[in-house]
Design a protein around this ligand. Structure first.
Ligand SMILES: Nc1nc2c(ncn2[C@@H]2O[C@H](COP(=O)(O)OP(=O)(O)OP(=O)(O)O)[C@@H](O)[C@H]2O)c(=O)[nH]1
Ligand SMILES: [Mg+2]
Length: 732
């Protein structure tokens, strides 16, 4: 299929205006010719620079930018250029031989793992960039878990071979050790380090010698000194290619080798099924090696149609077929100055054409323009076929992680699951006038970034942001200040404590008010006890009715109606329950949520004229408070399960720091070259943990956390918390 493409100017960033002339080009794009590649790897391994060299080598660029001169195609936003690191995924594409290769560059920092996950969702091959001077770094190991969970075929690139400290063999060994024996070298450098020029290619059995400033290499015969190693590698590749196809295996046994076509066919199967992880070498800064890797991607990497069918929300699957119903999944949105929301998508099925009307959640969206993208430069196209990745602007109703389909088609692509937040902060409330603007802006960022959660906490009386790390939260602040022009400060977030009781207590309260006409009267007798599942019925009471309520903040309220002889009409039960719930939402000790309490209403009084729902609500709330205080009231604090992955050298520092955080170490396990420490840590001790961990380990550790349980605080902490709360009440 040939698509007419009109090339125009689109300046979407406030960074540097970009101008290109209008022209019209004809390009061929068939699903089988598409290659969707995601660049992954530890921060600083060279992903963005590698993307730049791919663009340059394929002539999509005529001048190569650098991260240092803030001129790469991928890192085009001001903040990425300021920080000299990628913060958002960025979509680019090149033409190489028959293929259109879509390239998604991702940030290596663990704070932006959401960007990695959404890119892996739509990519068909991962290009894992290793820094050959550092070997396999912790960020890459963590990313590998996601590559595995998406079953994405992967190719390793040992980058920075020109680095003084480059050690290809050590990097290869580490990769085998961490990622298994499917890691298979296709190349090795002959002269790594400052004078790097030469790569031996064991697939083609040829040597590539690069000019000093990189680019197209000269092919030469492999020298005697390297032929043995090259042949050994080649044999391993031939064996790997033959292994997964009976016909190839037979041929291999008969003839002891395979021809080029057979080799390609076997390797294609092996790569697509994650039976091999090829390793290549490169220097991104010196523009050496990317051409061969793009050639391999063109020849061997799977097209979107070669991957398993995509999972749908309803449990079914959908084939990547241009004749299927148009199905478009938004994997990322980003608002940009002067443009508004840009939505990045993959066409999972059918053909998306400009002007199409598609449906998402019963809302019709007209897709007015479709773009191919190279960072901030977007080129308008008429249509994109199944498997292709592109961008559109100004969608009104459709957000990240949602599916647009042709009218009458109901299915949805299975949503991306994002990890739990790892860090929280509170926002210092701005002026009343700015508050509304701030909340709107925060919710806009939240809609674009599913790893950010904005919570307006009523019990904590704070706006809390939950994110992935300090850098992540700093980025939110930067965007609010620079894009929305609202001053924003962070402060220490309060802790969501819980309150409960430790023993049984009985109490009663009479609410009586006589003011002018009709008065208010209600008397409630209540027993409260700590609630545990399957506890025996309250001793000495006659239970008429029971209700176990799951509280929205966690834990339970067991509400027992034990009135005999009609001392309170059962029509007031709901009002009584409401009064209790009101108090449970603002606990008697510190205003925190209460949980796991059984309340039995066993006696009371009512008045024929003066009793009403309001009176019973007040009486119930009062008696709950006074009974609670008699029942060994206890404050509980949230405890998190924290898993830290770190290298041996920094383990002592990580443990020392944990000890200062009241942590309870649960275990230590070796994971490859890393240690995994599992600990239970009170949330109150986790403030700014992500920056502390980064600084004490120089970035050589990563952590995840998950709410584990609420446990009682010590007597001293409880006293201090109650004192603080009471002084806050007096100040208010
Ligand atoms: N010597 C050498 N330096 C490189 C090479 N590739 C990248 N660098 C340098 O490494 C640093 C990081 O490069 P980036 O391309 O920003 O790395 P990245 O993987 O995109 O980093 P994040 O976006 O932070 O995850 C820059 O200073 C690059 O110039 C290489 O092949 N050789
Ligand atoms: Mg980068």
């Amino acid at each position: 299929m040939y698509i007419l493409i009109e090339r125009r100017l689109f300046c979407l960033s406030s960074a540097i205006p970009f101008i290109i002339n209008s022209e019209t080009v004809i390009m061929s794009v068939e699903t089988k010719n598409l290659r969707n590649i995601v660049l992954l790897g530890h921060s600083g391994s060279g992903k963005t620079t590698f993307a730049e060299t791919m663009l340059f080598e394929s002539k999509a660029l005529n001048r190569r930018g650098t991260v240092e001169s803030k001129s790469t195609v991928s890192d085009y936003t001001n903040i990425e250029q300021d920080k000299q690191t990628s913060l958002f995924t960025s979509l680019m594409h090149v033409r190489w031989k028959n293929s259109k290769i879509n390239i998604i560059d991702t940030p290596g920092s663990d704070d932006f793992v959401g960007e990695v996950i959404s890119s892996l969702k739509v990519a068909d091959t991962a290009l894992v960039i290793l820094n050959a001077a550092n070997g396999v770094e912790v960020g890459t190991e963590l990313l590998w878990e996601y590559v595995q969970s998406f079953n994405t075929p992967a190719i390793f690139v040992a980058n920075q071979i020109d680095h003084d400290k480059s050690d290809y063999d050590a990097t290869l060994e580490q990769a085998k050790e961490r990622f298994g024996n499917k890691v298979l070298p296709f190349q090795f450098p002959l002269n790594q380090g400052a004078g790097f020029t030469t790569i031996v290619d064991a697939l083609r059995m040829v040597m590539y010698v690069f000019p000093e400033d990189g680019g197209k290499p000269e092919k030469q015969a492999i020298p005697e000194s390297a032929i043995g190693r090259a042949q050994e590698m080649h044999n391993a590749l031939v064996e790997a290619a033959a292994e997964n196809d009976e016909a190839l295996m037979e041929k291999f046994f008969e003839e002891g080798t395979l021809n080029e076509e057979e080799l390609a066919s076997g390797l294609t199967i092996a790569l697509a099924n994650q039976l091999i992880y090829p390793v290549f070498c490169a220097s991104a800064t010196q523009n050496k090696g990317s051409g061969r890797i793009m050639g391999f991607i063109n020849d061997i990497a799977p097209s979107p149609a070669d991957r398993p069918e995509a999972a749908l929300e309803d449990g079914g699957t959908i084939a990547c077929d241009k004749n299927g119903p148009t199905t478009v999944f938004i994997y990322k949105t980003l608002s940009e100055p002067q443009v508004g929301q840009v939505s990045y998508f993959k066409v999972y099925s059918g053909i998306l054409s400009a002007g199409d009307e598609l449906v998402c959640n019963r809302n019709t969206e007209r897709i007015a323009q479709i773009y191919e993208s190279n960072g901030k430069i977007r080129t308008q196209v008429n249509s994109l076929v199944a498997g292709d990745i592109g961008a559109t602007v100004k969608l009104k109703h459709t957000h990240s992680n949602e599916t647009l389909t042709a009218k009458g088609v109901e299915h949805k692509i299975e949503k991306i699951k994002f990890p739990e937040p790892r860090i929280r902060t509170a926002v210092v409330p701005p002026s009343k006038a700015d508050m509304e603007k701030l909340m709107k802006a925060l919710h806009q960022i939240e809609a674009e970034d599913p790893t950010l959660i904005v919570e307006q906490s009523i019990p904590l009386k704070q706006t809390i942001l939950h994110g992935q790390g300090q850098l992540h939260l700093d980025l939110v602040k930067y965007r609010i200040e620079k894009v929305n022009n609202i001053k924003m400060e962070y402060e220490r977030p309060r802790i969501p404590y819980r309150e409960t009781i430790t023993r049984m207590a009985n109490d009663s309260y009479r609410h009586k008010k006589q003011s002018g006409g009709s008065g208010q009267f209600a008397e409630v007798h209540m027993r409260i006890e700590p609630y545990v599942e399957n506890m025996p019925a309250p001793a000495g009471l006659t239970v008429r009715n029971t209700e176990i309520i799951d509280l929205e903040w966690g834990g339970k309220l067991a509400f027992y109606w034990c009135i005999v002889g009609g001392s309170i009409d059962s029509k007031y039960a709901n009002a009584i329950k409401k009064g209790i719930m009101q108090k449970m939402a603002e606990g008697p000790l510190t205003g925190s949520y209460c949980q796991d309490i059984r309340v039995s209403i066993y006696d009371g009084k009512m008045h024929a004229v003066d009793s009403n729902d309001m009176a019973f609500m007040i009486a119930a709330s009062q008696v709950f408070k006074s009974a609670f205080e008699k029942a060994g009231a206890q404050i509980l604090e949230p405890i998190y399960d924290v898993d830290i992955l770190c290298s041996d050298q920094v383990m002592g520092d990580v443990m020392g720091d944990l000890q200062g955080r009241r942590a309870m170490i649960q275990g230590m396990d070796a994971e490859g070259h890393y240690q995994k420490i599992s600990a239970k840590v009170p949330l109150a001790e986790m403030y700014k943990y992500s920056s502390t961990l980064r600084s004490i380990t120089q970035g050589k550790a990563k952590f995840t956390r998950k709410l584990s349980e609420f446990i009682p605080v010590t007597h001293d902490i409880q006293k201090a918390l109650i004192r603080d709360y009471n002084s806050q009440l007096q100040e208010a």
